[in-house]
Design a protein around this ligand. Structure first.
Ligand code: UDX
Length: 454
């Protein structure tokens, strides 16, 4: 009989990581379970456009493995009962009520999953934490299993490091796979699965607590780099330095490296904010208030980065946006995803709306419904969604590039500016447009880390 894996949670991590695992390990039988029937139905639908998440390349692999080594079901209990290994990939959002609200991770879903496993798991079972969780969460699981199950259950921590938009590539060729635990045989069993497609030297083995803490730490360090570079971008704008040149110079130092040094309107996405808040909470919990304040400042700078962009655009447009039309290029938190969670576009657009602006929003992937949900505006004419980019520039006063979708790099700025009201402004918050070209046309361009009119 094939080795049976049950993955609890059919969200982003559960769905995409199990699809890639199934493709690399045809000998496994992988059941992804979730009580959300609609989500399970969408994963079971072979029509690519109906997959619950958009991730380049995922639909093809999904088609290849569905019904062969990978199955999606709402029968959570049955597949836990049959499993040799149970992976937990449920959501751990920030707590909104009670103790630790606004910072601590809400572990309700983790606890629920653990109680279900305790009730239904049979025989020796390996339970793997794959959700992003606070350090020492395995203590919670151990407590639940000890009191509620007489079976032999081993706990491992195996956090997922993939990023949205590049999930397939990240899963197929990860920088590392991290497995933490205290039972050597259990660690070897999970490592043996990854060895089907990941070189052994990339599989790191640690104790449980190191693996749990490493995921939060990785995200905190990545977020910290972005906050750091955004402060330097502002300094460049005031001092005459160019952010490109500064990051090129510092990135050449192999101890710093070139990645994750792009200045922008602030980081978004479902992880960085939530994980930093969680880290801040943990530092307080473990009696380290100064450390908590240090990591909190990464978030403070991110909030400042977003507000700074809104303020400077409003100022450049003569300190009033009342009745002015602004074209918004990009709404997702990064390109190649349809996800707008924590996108800086939300705060920046809301600031413009509060100033009385009329927005024409374009994004290749974000849905109108999700943008509707994220923004609130009084008058129906305040926001339009224009998929015809050219016509959206008619009578516009400014265009603001917020997400660096490749399509925006190929626009004919000279033509577009001819449709706009004079003086027309372009704001490049990602520093991706060809400054020399726009300068040549005599356009008003502000780019992050350069500032001014170029
Ligand atoms: C992140 C982590 O990268 C990933 O390892 C973890 O598993 C989940 O969280 P994700 O949120 O999908 O992944 O995207 P990421 O590529 O990290 O970008 C996050 C935000 O930072 C985006 O808003 C992006 O625009 C911004 N960013 C990134 C910058 O502003 N500058 C950069 O140089 C890099």
């Amino acid at each position: 009989m094939s080795y049976r894996i049950c993955c609890i949670g059919a969200g982003y991590v559960g769905g995409s990581s199990m699809i890639v695992m199934a493709d690399s390990c045809p000998g496994l039988q992988i059941n992804v379970v979730d009580h959300d029937k609609q989500r399970i139905d969408s994963w079971n639908n072979l029509m690519a456009k109906d997959l619950p998440i958009y991730e380049p390349g995922l639909d093809e692999i999904h088609k290849r493995v569905l019904g062969k080594s990978l199955f999606f079901s709402t029968d959570v209990e049955l597949y836990i009962k049959n499993a040799d290994m149970v992976l937990i990939t449920v959501n751990t959002p920030t707590k909104v009520n009670g103790h630790g609200a606004g910072e601590a991770a809400d572990l309700t879903n983790i606890e629920l999953a653990a109680r279900t496993i305790a009730e239904f798991a049979r025989g020796t079972t390996i339970v793997v934490e794959r959700s992003t969780i606070p350090v020492r969460t395995a203590d919670v699981l151990k407590g639940i299993f000890r009191k509620n199950s007489s079976e032999n259950i081993h706990i491992l921590s195996n956090p997922e490091f993939m990023a949205e938009g590049s999930a397939v590539q990240d899963l197929i060729a990860p920088d590392r796979v991290l497995i933490g635990g205290d039972d050597q045989r259990a660690i070897d069993e999970l490592a043996g699965i990854y060895q089907h497609w990941v070189p052994s030297e990339r599989i790191l083995r640690t104790n449980l607590w190191s693996a749990e803490l490493a995921k939060l730490t990785a995200n905190a360090f990545l977020a910290q780099r972005i906050s750091s570079v955004n402060t330097i971008a502002a300094l460049c704008e005031s001092s005459g330095a160019h952010i490109d040149e500064v990051t090129q110079a510092i990135g050449a130092d192999h101890r710093i490296g070139h990645n994750f040094l792009r200045a922008g309107p602030g980081f978004g996405g479902s992880c960085f904010r939530k994980d930093l808040l969680n880290l801040v909470y943990l530092c307080h919990y473990f009696g380290l208030p100064d450390v908590a304040n240090y990591w909190r400042s990464v978030l403070t700078i991110n909030d400042w980065s977003r507000a700074r962009i809104s303020e400077l655009i409003i100022k450049k447009l003569f300190s009033t946006l009342c009745g002015k039309k602004i074209v918004i290029l990009g709404f997702t938190f990064k390109p190649h995803t349809n996800d707008i969670r924590e996108s800086p576009a939300i705060n920046i657009c809301q600031d413009f709306l509060d100033e009385g602006a009329m927005l024409s929003i374009h994004d290749p992937m974000a849905t109108i419904e999700s943008i509707h949900q994220a923004l609130s505006w009084q008058s129906p004419s305040s926001v339009t969604f224009n998929q015809d980019l050219i016509s959206s520039f008619r009578e516009a006063d400014a265009a603001v590039l917020l997400t660096e979708w490749p399509i925006y790099l190929k626009l004919d700025w000279k033509l577009l500016s001819s449709y706009m009201r004079s003086p027309a402004w372009f704001f490049d918050t990602r520093n991706v447009l060809n400054r020399a070209e726009l300068e040549n046309y005599g356009l008003n361009l502000w780019s992050i880390g350069f500032g001014g009119i170029h």
